[in-house]
Design a binder for this molecule. Structure first.
Ligand code: GTP
Ligand code: SPV
Ligand code: MN
Length: 609
């Protein structure tokens, strides 16, 4: 479709202005069709950026290898450019919005020379549903167009909902690599150098400007940029929640159903938990979403969650038929792979895929790679943040109601992170505010999901939202406190989800103590019972823990292991709390809600008596 055919005058003008600034060779409005998707893929194949995979093994699948400087989100190039610096808060990078727009306007000037500009109308959430939000992304990357087709709902049907004057979030994206006359990408992933990359959000005007990166959350602007950073601001203003959470449906052997959401930092197990196949007989888990939840109160006082996305942008390494069969089944066809390794017969391979590398591979850098199991220092063949983009509807475990615009009623919130020590397998909050306290102090070993933070060290990642909150984190904590207060004031406090902290990642000298994955169903079963105030428990200084026999033991986990997993480690907790008091909470200054300061004093007191 041509720009001239756009019926929305504001949108048409916005696109025309962008064309004048970015000087693409041509412009196309995306219709969202299969033919369009196929054409995008063909363009990237012709450019040498994509490799078609073996049609017998992986029909409709392709592999991309990105630039080594462009393999993950770039947190220190991500900006919350609110009018007031104080609104961005201590955990976000801030630049004055006028100044940032000036800088970026110069970067965008002529940035699409030699390329086609694609205009992508997309809906986060089912098209036309009341809860959905519409965005329009302008991009010069056919890779982004193809990914957006899978991750969001794209095309003419979205324009129909927009009509002649509907509201949309305007999103600019350019890879920042204009082409000279006759120049082609010729196999070289286009992007700008790190110090020219900008992932910018203007929360006051609700705009997103991204420049210089073509990868994941930096470039697929519906996901972290719109559905979390901008949506968190809308949620604060409108009294709902936009969270970095999976959504799962769980049924017990009696067929009773509950819905649970979980916030774990990037690469800490959301996709895996959302698709879990229970090891506990008779239990069933189905997937509603694997990364983002938008939640609003229903008339009955319960919180209802929708998944605003339409696909999974999941971590490849560690995914195998044992750990996540549903993901492996989802990504057998119509899937985009990025930065995994390629086998000689055009199949994919990654670390812990479940079998040894079959012969000679091409690694994510495009070099020959032969597995050497004697060399512990061998560089991985797949990048640790290599990913698959697969359609959610292909997931064998997708819940029937996953696209229900009314959402699903949530019984429990889980928080968690990678904590090798101290933090028990599961711990229930004593109250809403205690649960908010737990969320506010989430810490996790850093993973490869962001480029510029050192993997392996523990950092605080409150609510798993550190890189995704579009405003002051202290105000965000207050928003959570207020959600609880509002429910109490409405006499609906008992309808609020119960809050739990889980940790699948406790280690001893032999490695992970808890086998994780499907075995996590044993913990979910206890959580399920606790939502109905059942299940065996002990009230401890740190929270409500299962008794050692309350959770059935998987093979290989001894009674002693179980005791260790569920022990209250007073000294470790004192250190944890001291760290919160000295290094974490002071960051929020006067914006730290007093309820959380009270909660901190209270847990400290309980640990000391
Ligand atoms: P993002 O997409 O970055 O938000 O990540 P995520 O939270 O969805 O994480 P994901 O489920 O993709 O898991 C990331 C890594 O953690 C993968 O390598 C998994 O194999 C591993 N993992 C997931 N669940 C478990 C678990 O229960 N135990 C252990 N030991 N590892 C796990
Ligand atoms: C994450 O890092 O939390 C992701 C991947 O889900 S990305 O879309 O790149 O943000
Ligand atoms: Mn994520």
């Amino acid at each position: 479709m041509k720009v001239q055919e756009l019926k929305h005058a504001g949108l048409k003008k916005w696109v025309e202005d962008a064309v004048a600034l970015m000087s693409p060779d041509s412009v196309e409005v995306c219709n969202g069709s299969q033919a369009e998707y196929d054409r995008m893929i063909q363009i990237t194949i012709d450019n040498g950026l994509a490799t078609p995979l073996n049609p017998q093994k992986l029909p409709g699948c392709v592999l991309f290898r990105s630039d080594p400087s462009d393999v993950a989100r770039v947190e220190n190039r991500t900006y919350i450019a609110s009018e007031q610096e104080s609104d961005a808060g201590p955990t976000n990078n801030w630049i004055n919005p006028d100044e940032l727009k000036k800088t970026m306007t110069e970067l965008y000037r002529g940035s699409m020379k030699g390329r086609t500009m694609y205009v992508i109308p997309f809906s986060m959430g089912p098209v036309g549903s009341e809860i959905a939000k519409i965005g329009v992304e302008i991009t010069d990357s056919p890779y982004v167009v193809a990914n957006m087709h899978i991750m969001t709902r794209v095309g003419t049907k979205v324009l129909d909902v927009l009509g002649t004057d509907g509201y949309y979030v305007p999103c600019f994206h350019s890879v920042g690599k204009p082409l000279g006359t006759g120049e082609k990408d010729s196999g070289k992933w286009p992007c700008a150098p790190l110090d020219k990359k900008y992932i910018s959000h203007f929360p006051d005007t609700r705009e997103i400007w991204s420049y210089g990166s073509g990868y994941g959350g930096n470039a697929l602007l519906g996901k972290k940029c719109l559905a979390l950073r901008i949506a968190s601001v809308l949620a604060r203003d409108e009294g709902w929640l936009a969270e970095h959470m999976l959504i799962l449906k769980i049924s017990n052997p009696q067929g009773e159903v509950k819905y649970i959401t979980g916030a774990f930092p990037s690469a800490c197990g959301k996709t895996n938990l959302a698709m879990l196949i229970p090891k506990l007989p008779g239990w069933k888990v189905e997937t509603v979403g694997d990364d983002i939840a938008w939640m609003k109160f229903g008339k009955d006082g319960r919180l209802y969650a929708i998944n605003p996305e339409a696909g999974f942008f999941g971590v490849a390494p560690g995914t195998n038929r044992e750990s996540n069969l549903n993901a492996m089944e989802t990504i057998k066809k119509n899937t985009i792979y990025t930065n995994v390794a390629l086998t000689e017969d055009k199949d994919v391979w990654w670390e812990l895929i479940g079998h040894d590398a079959p012969g000679k591979l091409i690694d994510w850098n495009g070099n020959e790679w032969i597995q050497d199991k004697n060399n512990k220092d061998q560089k991985p063949a797949a990048h640790p943040n290599s990913r698959f983009t697969g359609p959610a509807k292909q997931c064998p475990a997708i819940a029937n109601e996953w696209e229900d615009p009314a959402g699903v009623p949530i019984s429990a919130f889980l928080f968690g992170g990678r904590r090798p020590k101290t933090i028990p397998l599961v711990n229930q909050a004593k109250s809403w505010v205690h649960g908010v306290f737990m969320g506010s102090i989430v810490g996790s070993e850093v993973t490869a999901a962001a480029l510029d933070v050192k993997a392996g060290t523990i950092r605080r990642d409150p609510f798993a939202m550190l890189p995704f909150c579009g405003y002051h984190m202290g105000d965000y904590f207050k928003h959570w406190i207020d959600i609880g207060k509002k429910a109490e004031a409405d006499g609906k406090g008992d309808k609020l989800p119960k809050i739990f902290f889980v940790n699948w990642f406790r280690k001893n000298d032999k490695g992970f103590i808890w086998p994780g994955y499907g075995e996590n169903s044993r913990v979910l079963a206890w959580i399920f019972e606790r939502c109905d105030s059942k299940g065996k428990f002990v009230d401890t200084p740190i929270g409500i823990l299962p008794t050692p026999d309350a959770i059935s033991r998987p093979d290989g986990v001894s009674e002693a292991d179980m005791q260790e997993l569920l022990k209250v480690e007073i000294e470790g907790w004192k250190a944890e709390i001291a760290d919160v008091r000295q290094n974490h909470y002071p960051k929020f200054g006067g914006k730290l809600p007093k309820e959380l300061a009270v909660e901190l004093d209270a847990i400290e007191k309980r640990l000391n008596t």
